[in-house]
Design a protein around this ligand. Structure first.
Ligand code: HEC
Length: 392
């Protein structure tokens, strides 16, 4: 075999299977999560229908999250095995060299360097992706737990933490999906079509491009050989029981994650679990029997209702209170003083003394489309005030 055709083992079968499980769980989580985040869009509606309704979508999302967590536990065990039993280097840990490599690579991309930096088994791009994934997992698990167990969360944290968790969960989801589609796909499918995660192997050429330092170590025989079988055997005898106990503890946490409290999934009766029902509270909040009393306006013990109406006897205050936030002194129509109000705005007078129908102050606001509104009683007073000649 010529030197060029030589291949280098990059991923063992177990790692490749792990990656396939990751693809499946990640995609499931992304699809079932994003359709819940963008539940109103027509694509989401068809996907949710295809999955068997919102209830089923939620169950699938949660099931996938459990698989994801179990996989994370397996991953920890596998790392422990490499570090403790095989005494391999912690090749995924970031270091100062990664910063240097990133900078050198940047210069190389700009054409300011002739060669790429020589990178080790995991280069800075791979490390960044890996640790972004770890961080994402921690954040998604924490915020997912908060939404899954809102009652427990509210015991420890203020209630706002739950909608905040939802926002963080959704934002991180978009970040993660974009990172996979743009960043990961670019690096492994577009820049080069790197099949090593499926074939397990890299060609010599690929090694030179992305892992030149590792290649050098392999060729110079600097990679330490695996420990002799009897040593492996001895370490395994220690490692397996420890790993088993730790995994059981972690699996217990996952079990508690799922069963911590009864939430919507179990409390919505399956009979009524049609898509539209999930969003509707089971018992609608009773409507208030009496309309809320409007904010009192300055009536000076009710005199304003009978006495002569004027800007200064309260009309000015009503207008200021309802409209002042937008119609202050800044450009356009100002309603903060009698003079300004009578001067009007861009399209002329806002108040025409004696003519209600010619006064946009009333006509514009009356039909409810304007952002500012008056209470009915306030409007009556203003109408009367204008009819009476809108005195100051
Ligand atoms: C949330 C902001 C907001 C509030 C509150 C608000 N307005 Fe306005 N209003 C506007 C904007 C924006 C315009 C268009 C810009 C302009 O002309 O100043 C406007 C325009 C008007 C105009 C037409 C002015 C012109 O000459 O073009 C009238 C009349 C008016 N508002 C009356 C009122 C009254 C009366 C209230 C209180 C009940 C009120 N607005 C409360 C934002 C507001």
């Amino acid at each position: 075999m010529s030197k060029d055709q030589k291949t280098y083992t990059r991923f063992e079968v177990a790692q490749r299977i792990e990656h396939i499980v990751l693809i499946v769980t990640f995609t499931t989580l992304a699809v079932t999560g994003l359709v819940q985040k963008f539940a109103q869009s027509s694509i989401s509606i068809s996907i949710i229908a295809a999955l068997g309704g919102i209830e089923m979508t939620r169950i699938i999302h949660r099931a996938a999250s459990v698989v994801f967590l179990v996989q994370a536990i397996y991953h920890l065990v596998a790392i422990g095995y490499k570090l403790y039993v095989e005494r391999k280097q912690a090749s995924m840990l970031p270091g100062f060299k990664d910063l240097q490599d990133a900078f050198q690579h940047f210069l190389y991309n700009l054409g300011l360097r002739n060669e790429r930096p020589k990178m080790d088994r995991y280069n800075f791009v791979e490390k960044a992706e890996y640790w972004a994934m770890v961080w994402g997992l921690v954040l998604m698990a924490l915020t997912g737990f908060m939404m899954w167990n809102p009652i427990a969360t509210a015991r420890l944290l203020p209630g706002q933490a739950i909608p905040a968790a939802k926002v963080a969960h959704g934002a991180e989801a978009i970040l993660a999906v974009l990172a996979i589609f743009i960043w990961h796909f670019y690096h492994v499918h577009l820049k080069t079509f790197n099949k090593s995660m499926f074939t397990g192997k890299l060609s010599r050429h690929e090694m030179e491009e992305e892992h030149a330092l590792e290649l050098e170590k392999i060729e110079k025989g600097l990679i330490p050989p695996p420990p002799p079988p009897e040593v492996l055997q001895r370490r395994k005898r220690i490692y397996y029981p420890v790993a088993a106990v730790l995994s059981l503890i972690l699996l217990f946490f996952v079990y508690r994650f799922v069963t911590f409290e009864e939430t919507a999934i179990t409390t919505v009766s399956p009979v009524s679990a049609r898509a539209e029902d999930v969003f509707v509270p089971q018992t609608p909040t009773p409507l208030p029997t009496r309309p809320p009393t409007p904010t009192p306006f300055p009536t000076q013990e009710g005199q304003i209702l009978d006495g002569p109406l004027s800007w200064n006897s309260g009309i000015g205050q009503i207008i200021n209170q309802r409209c002042g936030s937008c119609h202050g002194a800044m450009g356009g129509l100002a309603l903060n003083s009698y003079e300004a109000a009578m001067r009007g705005g861009r399209s002329g007078a806002a108040i025409v003394a004696g003519d209600v129908e010619a006064s946009p102050l009333v006509t514009l606001v009356r039909d409810g489309k304007h952002p500012g509104k008056f209470e009915p009683q306030e409007l009556d007073l203003i109408v009367r005030w204008i009819q009476e000649g809108a005195p100051e």
